[in-house]
Design a protein around this ligand. Structure first.
Ligand SMILES: [Zn+2]
Length: 531
């Protein structure tokens, strides 16, 4: 247990100017903060001379729902980039709650984002799962949102229709169970099945249930391309009706023709809602490429009512060719808006397809002397839809514009679907912010960037005792030289740990030294919403 840190340049997380000083720790919390140099020595004192001290980074948007429990190496890539608290249950996608009747379809659907669910997986409810995790020695702090999509799937499966009265009640009861047991809020993934088919009243009912507990709603909106402005309006309207506060997840405008234009219109919608007193914010990952499952690029009209294997049949390929190059109102057609060459294969499940990871679909198809629709349909069928993809769909200028908004938190949106070539944000989102946007581009000051990775997300998600260096706050702390912290993961070589953080403390204990997990470093906790 560390008792004192001295001679640090303290960036306290609030966005205030740094100052030279130190702090003391007692029972896992910061018990004193002081200014000026110090000459203390001792085994339980860290001399942080020449280094910055700031709160541990808080990633409110990761998809480690399953990894946190099932992956023994969980924590390594997170702690290497200074993440001390991570929130799961995002984009409506989650393994919990689930019901026996529909869980296999649910587990298959989420696998590219969250990884496989082991056969012996024991629980149905998120509340039960949180209890399991609470008993585990966790490498970092973990909290949960309850996924609206999971609640909907557990209540009715993947039906292309709104809820019946009964199903709606059942889905709402799942939300309440999770909120009762300390979920921080609820996530929508209106782009995904089955949420995209729910009625407006269904979505309002789910949001209202969360709002009754004072939980935040986060939302992966219906469309992030041509329909981004309408989609932002839709969720603002739903949350206004429900009386819920809203954080728009991984805010962006995809599709070349929308860059610089629709993003401004969408920002106007958010600003207007804020001016009218609604609590609306957003978050962003600092990359111009996103990642999701390959099934999201298949037009619903092609696959509706058919199994995934249909995509590999001559009829399925013919239908793909007919539909995939046309704009589809109300649905983001990525192939039409960015092209096959901007869609890279990230992960696959079959050994023989591993050679495609890290290559774009146009390249893969050309290599096999096939039409891209034919190649993609065949791959999707073979892999039963379990293909992770990376989409170079966002403009760097838009990313910078969103980062600069005063109400934007930095996130990673990390997926844990496995594969050889995951999105580099899994390994490097937080150091990248400092290396690229503070040190290289000078887009914002170090204290502004750190605020967006600590106090701002903590406050937004309802973690009231984290994200600030002040008396009474948890002693989750990073100490580093801003010139040395760096992400090493790239789009073509992404499995590279970040480097350059001298110490990471969780609850006052040294969880990592030189960006590597301490051997006994399991000081994280399951965090629940405070009542
Ligand atoms: Zn999402």
């Amino acid at each position: 247990m560390i008792h004192k840190i001295i001679n640090a340049m303290i960036v306290d997380g609030t966005g205030d100017k740094p100052f030279l000083g130190g702090l003391e720790i007692k029972e896992g919390k910061i018990s004193r903060v002081f200014r000026g140099p110090s000459r203390d020595t001792g085994e339980d004192v860290i001399d942080a001379k020449g280094m910055v001290l700031c709160p541990g980074f808080i990633d409110i948007h990761r998809h480690h729902d399953l990894a946190a429990y099932y992956d023994p190496s969980f924590g390594e890539i997170e702690i290497a980039q200074g993440i001390t608290t991570a929130v799961a249950g995002n984009c409506g996608l989650a393994p919990f709650p689930n019901s026996d009747r529909t869980k296999q379809a649910q587990f298959d659907y989420i696998e590219p984002c969250l990884g496989p669910v082991p056969d012996e997986h024991p629980v149905h409810l998120l509340s039960e799962y949180m209890d399991l995790l609470e008993k585990k020695a966790l490498p970092i702090n973990i909290a949960f949102l309850v996924g609206a999509g999971a609640c909907a799937t557990a209540a009715m499966g993947y039906e292309a229709r709104p809820f019946t009265q009964e199903e709606r009640q059942q889905a709402v009861s799942y939300v309440c169970d999770a909120m009762d047991h300390g979920a921080l809020g609820m996530s929508f993934g209106i782009m995904y099945l089955p949420e995209c088919y729910l009625a407006h009243e269904d979505l309002v009912a789910l949001a209202s249930a969360c709002a009754r507990y004072g939980g935040v709603i986060t939302c992966h909106i219906r469309g992030e391309g041509d329909s981004v402005v309408d989609s932002v309006s839709e969720i603002i309207g739903i949350c206004k009706e429900a009386g819920a506060s809203l954080n728009i997840s991984h805010f962006k405008a995809t599709g070349l023709r929308n860059w610089g234009i629709l993003i401004e219109q969408a920002i106007e919608k958010i600003d207007k809602a804020r001016e009218e007193g609604q609590n609306v914010t957003c978050d962003v990952y600092p990359y111009a490429g996103g990642a999701t499952t390959a099934m999201t690029i298949v037009p619903p009209s092609v696959i509706e009512g058919e199994p995934v294997s249909f995509l590999g049949t001559p009829e399925g390929i013919k239908k793909l060719k007919e539909e995939i190059y046309l704009p589809q109102p109300g649905w983001d057609n990525m192939v039409e808006s960015i092209g096959w060459e901007r869609i890279m294969i990230g992960s696959v499940t079959k050994e023989k397809n591993r050679k495609y990871a890290g290559k774009n679909i146009a390249e893969c198809a050309a290599e096999e002397h096939m039409d891209p629709c034919e190649w993609f349909g065949k791959l999707a069928a073979e892999e039963e839809g379990k293909v992770g993809i990376i989409l170079f769909s966002v403009s760097e200028k838009d990313v910078e514009r969103i980062i600069k908004l005063p109400y934007t938190a930095i996130i990673s949106d990390s997926l844990y679907g496995g594969g050889d070539n995951p999105h580099p944000r899994l390994y490097g989102a937080f150091p990248k912010m400092i290396r690229e946007y503070v040190q290289e581009k000078r887009l914002l000051s170090l204290e502004e960037a750190i605020c967006k990775m600590t106090s701002l997300p903590a406050k937004r998600i309802g973690l009231s005792d984290r994200g600030v260096i002040d008396v009474g706050y948890a002693a989750d702390i990073n100490i580093f030289d801003p010139e040395k912290i760096r992400d090493k993961a790239t789009f073509t070589d992404s499995r590279q740990l970040s480097e350059g953080i001298a110490y990471t403390l969780i609850g006052g204990q040294i969880a990592a030294k030189d960006s590597r997990l301490a051997l006994s470093g399991r000081y994280g906790q399951l965090l629940r919403k405070k009542k």
